[in-house]
Design a protein around this ligand. Structure first.
Ligand SMILES: [Zn+2]
Length: 296
């Protein structure tokens, strides 16, 4: 029996990297100075027990089911696109799920890093990934990053294209591998030709407000923002907040593996999902994954 257990615990073929070295590569990929002033990015949890990073879990949101997965998969580091710590924590107790997640990271010596808006502005980052759903004739940031030497860096994207709305919806559904909500502009129909597309991953209502575009693609916005866009001649395509961001991880995983020269195993969370699903029938709703965290 003991021999069986031993054979299951094969030695990892990954040599690992120091946490500081992994953080340095992440900051080289997307400098933290790109992040919005209000954001909370970078290394958010540094474990007291220093250990080499051999396994990294990528997730869009560090929910309790994802935390449980990280503990079970024995990762040394989590990269969560959205920062799980945003407002200052005044205590770490069991009464709040965010506090429980922080406690689980500390108890299991798991480091936590969040890039958030630094990945949004980065050339080849989250917004450029979302833009891949469009046939691009030209692309530029909606708000270019002041003083940045890398072309294409900045907030949001504005694309010139030549697609009908139905072609764009189909391409977007295929790209995000999920449902899309369509709010047609007054006077538009599925055959309307789209020449300009505004893009903002996540919640784009305020960044995209007032832009002149035939269509905009974002994750979510309010009812009244939708009406405003639709009456100003802009069709809105909504992906649900995190579905407009999550797919970037599939593109980033091999990139990070390369940056770390194969020293670390890069996993993408299997439990990370948008809280919203489109329910055709209530009985077809996916159950939420179990959220019990096993502590080491
Ligand atoms: Zn977001």
């Amino acid at each position: 029996m003991l021999r069986g257990v031993t054979s299951l615990r094969k030695m990892s073929s990954y040599s690992g990297r120091k946490l500081t070295a992994v953080v340095k590569e992440l900051e080289n990929f997307a400098p933290l100075s790109l992040a919005e002033k209000w954001d909370n990015v970078g290394l958010l949890i540094e474990p007291h027990n220093e250990r080499d990073v051999k396994k990294i879990l990528l997730t869009n949101d560090l929910t309790e089911p994802v935390m449980k997965e990280a503990v079970e998969k024995q990762v040394e580091m989590i990269i969560s696109y959205h920062p799980p710590i945003f407002k200052p924590l005044t205590r770490i107790t069991k009464s709040n799920w965010k506090e429980r997640v922080v406690a689980a990271c500390l108890a299991n010596s798991i480091a936590l890093y969040s890039p958030h808006t630094s990945w949004d502005k980065k050339t080849g980052g989250v917004n450029d990934w979302l833009a891949q759903s469009v046939t691009i004739k030209s692309i530029r940031p909606l708000i270019p990053e002041f003083g940045c030497t890398e072309p294409g860096t900045g907030s949001g994207r504005l694309i010139e294209t030549n697609m009908t709305i139905s072609q764009l919806v189909e391409a977007l559904q295929h790209h995000i591998e999920n449902d899309v909500h369509v709010a047609l502009a007054v006077g538009h129909d599925s055959k309307t030709l789209v020449r300009t597309v505004g893009i903002c991953a996540g919640s784009g209502g305020s960044l995209l407000r007032g832009i002149q575009a035939d269509t905009i693609i974002t994750g979510e916005m309010s009812h009244h923002e939708l009406l405003e866009f639709n009456h100003n001649g802009t069709t809105v395509l909504l992906c649900n907040h995190s579905n407009s961001e999550r797919g970037f991880l599939r593109m980033f995983a091999p990139k990070l593996g390369e940056l770390l020269q194969g020293a670390c195993q890069i996993l993408i969370s299997e439990k990370d999902q948008d809280p919203l699903v489109t329910a055709v029938r209530v009985s077809e709703c996916r159950p939420k994954a179990s959220s019990t965290i096993n502590r080491s």
